[in-house]
Design a protein around this ligand. Structure first.
Ligand code: TRP
Ligand code: SF4
Length: 402
């Protein structure tokens, strides 16, 4: 069908930190050698939270790109672009909105969490932007017919949602002539009881996105004895909206690396003040690690500790070989080593890792024109692909006016 294509994006948050590196960017660098890749700054998505101070967005976008390039994302291999520079994303978002059931959006866990928090704290205004966030993300992905989307655990529901939207689009606009009739007559061949069940399951899946109903429906079709293979295929397609596939369903590609926590053991985030930036100076890295929390049980040097209760151990899991890790486990539990001693190998590894990144970032900081040209070029490439998809989408929706 469609060729493999990897796409991922990030909301611009300015300079990247080690959490971004180990959670995403390192994986992107690897993927760019294996697949055609597109990586973009989701600047419109940033407006869901930052519509009140949009002036920071532009700089955060450039800072983010500098760090992407500095870690080794290679613009000759991967296409880098800015979402709002490819306004076709907005057109697709709009077109998808006409047939996306409101219930699908209201059910997305990230939105539900937000509504709950909102009810508890009554903070920010609950905007349309929040509700529509996953739909714009679906458009981001579908417009490139991406087959794989590398994301973290928290984004999996958005990819699932994207698949549902693609299926519904194909169902509504991808059916070929006579398909419906043939599928309907296949349903009748199942016998009245099974046909009735099939129709119920089909409605449950198509109107509520009920995945269990889809599964049950497939099993039902599979178990019917008197159907030809062709009829079975029609029924598989019909239940999920079969017919021609215009938008392909992407897979979420989870990052496998161990999660890197912040200096306080919470999720690493600039806004929590617990992050180590990729451009952080060596002295600053050293100071941050030396003063970071350890197992509170180790009040005195002679008190034994438990690495499982210490965020430094998380860093060892990411950075240290098994010999060093054994040294930590033993030394900590027996009070054989002190915490500063324990931290030194981590400090050395992080500084060694960041050295080439810092140097490359400095080169790009000194040469903003190069960065802008790379992105300009990427936006044009992305736009070409987006135009191809939009031509098919408009055609399927009867909007080509030729
Ligand atoms: N929602 C993603 C995040 O917060 C960012 C994003 C927007 C994205 N559009 C995307 C990620 C498309 C992957 C694909 O991290
Ligand atoms: Fe943490 Fe290492 Fe100190 Fe143990 S010895 S508490 S693992 S820093």
């Amino acid at each position: 069908m469609f060729q493999d294509r990897v796409l991922s994006g990030m909301r611009p948050t300015g300079q990247m930190h080690l959490g971004h590196y180990h959670g995403a960017l390192k994986n992107w660098v690897k993927l760019q050698n294996e697949f055609p890749c597109l990586f973009f700054a989701a600047d419109w998505h940033a407006l869901t939270t930052h519509y009140g101070d949009p002036s920071v967005i532009e700089q955060t976008v450039w800072d983010m790109f500098i760090d992407w390039l500095a870690v080794g994302i290679d613009p000759t291999k991967a296409t880098l672009f800015i979402q709002s520079r490819v306004p076709q994303h907005a057109e697709l978002t709009l077109l998808l909105s006409f047939f996306t059931p409101l219930a699908w959006l209201e059910r997305v866990p990230t939105y539900k969490d937000l509504v709950e928090k909102h009810a508890e704290q009554g903070r920010d205004v609950l905007t349309y932007g929040f509700l529509g966030y996953p739909l714009m993300q679906a458009a981001d992905i579908l417009i490139y017919r991406a087959t794989a989307v590398p994301v973290g655990e928290d984004q999996v529901s958005h990819i699932e949602f994207t698949r549902e939207v693609a299926r519904r689009f194909n169902h509504l606009f991808g059916r070929e002539k006579g398909f419906e009739e043939k599928a309907e007559s296949a349903v009748k061949k199942m016998g009245p009881k099974k046909a009735k069940l099939y129709r119920t399951l089909r409605t449950r899946f198509q109107e509520n996105g009920d995945a269990a109903a889809l599964e049950e429906g497939r099993t039902l079709v599979n178990d019917v004895q008197n159907l030809s293979l062709g009829d079975k295929e029609r029924l598989y397609g019909f239940i999920e909206g079969g017919g021609r596939v215009i938008l392909s369903e992407p897979e979420a590609k989870l990052t496998e690396t161990p999660k890197l926590v912040g200096l306080d053991g919470q999720k690493m985030s600039k806004s929590y003040g617990n992050a180590i930036l990729l451009r952080e100076a060596p002295e600053s890295v050293t100071k941050k690690i030396r003063t970071m929390q350890t197992d509170p049980a180790r009040v005195r040097r002679s008190d034994p500790g438990n690495p499982e209760k210490c965020p430094v151990w998380n860093l060892h899991q990411v950075y240290s070989d098994s010999k060093t890790k054994d040294w930590v486990l033993n030394g900590c539990r027996t009070a054989g080593i002190g915490c500063l001693e324990c931290k030194q190998p981590v400090i050395d590894s992080i500084n060694a890792e960041l050295k080439p990144i810092r140097e490359r970032a400095a080169q790009y900081e000194d040469d903003p024109t190069t960065v802008r040209n790379i992105i300009q070029d990427g936006c044009e490439k992305a736009s070409d692909i987006a135009n191809d998809t939009m031509r098919d989408v408009r055609d399927a929706m009867g909007l080509n006016y030729e």
